[in-house]
Write a protein that binds this ligand. Structure first.
Ligand code: ADP
Length: 379
């Protein structure tokens, strides 16, 4: 089979016309970071960030044009906004993407995302359903209670639950047609795909689309000056999560796990993912840690509580705290009035605030004097 050449690919791409300019994307110098590995092709299309949301058809057309070339088995194209960073932001061809992305240097464009935000932290989990979003919401509100200015970015595009948990509906406004104003409730600035797409519309997200959407929610949202932006990550440790961990300038990550998921080693996958991309793990939160009987107050440890603390110790990672399994935590977030604001004096709120204080302290160690936190080695 004839070897794929750059020339052949650019020729195919020169049939793709930018609808606004009326000219092809190659002669407009929009194609960057072209990578060919065997029969796999990856590249970025540089566009003005304000046009990003409407250019998905152009991206798709470019992918299709390359796919039509004989001998091409996979094509990955992303929309990108920053000249200079784009060559590195271009995805590698799809073969074994996890290893390839882990080996890439951190893209130079990372700093340009959300420039007024002092620290971006990720709340992640090894799998879904462990209470990651509940923790992200209550933690963000607890950080506010501790005097921080805070934003919450719901990057769980597969099942955005933050709008419901925060009791916020409607669509974000834009003053200049380019940047979106974040939504706001309980003093927390919020952005979620849930505001931008109809909840009833099923969406099929491919890896590069997830990253484009998240980058746009960071870059094209008027976050203003914030101490901390909490990013609720998509659950799991697949390619989309790895790319996000790599491309968003994260100051650190918080891993949420349940006692059972510690046993199943899912949480460790989360730790390893951040380690791969050199993001410091701030610590582990054990959620649904024990059951506090709402009637008699008795504490029962139905899932064998304490596993996260031991696992954290074993791995040399800080244990940030434990949150009990309690119906009030579920009911308050299901009704759009999370426990930290619904019951500010409760022991649950106290637990979230303890975790918030620990995080603030850790961040001041990394951001405050410019020194990095100690490197965490997970073996
Ligand atoms: P994830 O983001 O990990 O998928 P969610 O935060 O959506 O998980 O939580 C899954 C379900 O568990 C939700 O109904 C939520 O209200 C409930 N939940 C989460 N944490 C707790 C807790 N500590 N006590 C009781 N229910 C909880």
């Amino acid at each position: 089979m004839a070897k794929l050449s750059e020339r052949k690919i650019l020729k195919a791409l020169s049939t793709v016309i930018d609808p606004d300019a009326g000219r092809d994307i190659v002669s407009l110098n929009m194609v960057t970071g072209l990578t060919i590995r065997d029969s796999n092709v990856g590249f970025a299309i540089e566009v003005d960030p304000s046009r990003g949301p409407v250019l998905e058809p152009l991206r798709k057309q470019a992918e299709d044009a390359v796919h039509a070339i004989k001998g091409v088995t996979s094509v990955t194209a992303v929309l990108t906004a920053h000249r200079g960073a784009e060559a590195q932001q271009a995805p590698p061809p799809q073969k074994a993407p996890a290893q390839q992305q882990a080996a890439q240097p951190k893209p130079a464009g990372r700093e340009k995302l959300a420039p007024g935000v002092k620290s971006i932290i990720a709340v992640a989990s090894g799998k879904g359903g462990v209470g990651k979003s509940t923790t992200a919401v209550n933690l963000a509100l607890a950080l506010i209670a501790e005097g921080q200015s805070v934003g919450l970015l719901d990057s769980d595009v597969y099942g955005p639950s933050i709008p419901r948990m925060m009791g916020v509906h409607g669509q974000p406004e834009t003053a200049d047609g380019k940047t979106l104003e974040p939504m706001e409730n309980y003093g927390l600035k919020i952005m979620s795909m849930g505001f931008l797409v109809d909840e009833e519309t099923p969406m099929i997200w491919r890896g590069p689309m997830v990253m484009s959407a998240i980058q746009q929610m960071l870059r094209d949202v008027n976050w203003g000056e914030l101490d901390i932006l909490v990013v609720d990550m998509p659950p799991g440790t697949g390619d989309a999560q790895l790319t996000l961990a790599q491309q968003v300038p994260l100051a650190g990550a918080v891993i949420v796990s349940t006692p059972q998921d510690i046993a199943l080693l899912d949480a460790r996958k989360g730790l390893n993912m951040f380690k791969k991309v050199d993001v410091p793990v701030l610590g582990i939160v054990e959620n649904m840690s024990y059951f506090l009987c709402p009637h008699c107050g008795e504490r029962s440890e139905i899932f064998g509580h304490g596993g996260a603390r031991q696992e954290a110790e074993r791995l040399g990672i800080d244990f940030l705290g434990e949150i009990p399994l309690h119906i009030a935590i579920r009911e308050t977030s299901d009704s759009g009035h999370p426990i930290v604001v619904a019951e500010p004096e409760s022991a649950y709120t106290g637990a979230y605030r303890d975790i918030a204080r620990a995080i603030i302290q850790k961040l001041s160690a990394t951001v405050g004097d410019g020194r990095p936190a100690p490197r965490i080695i997970v073996q």
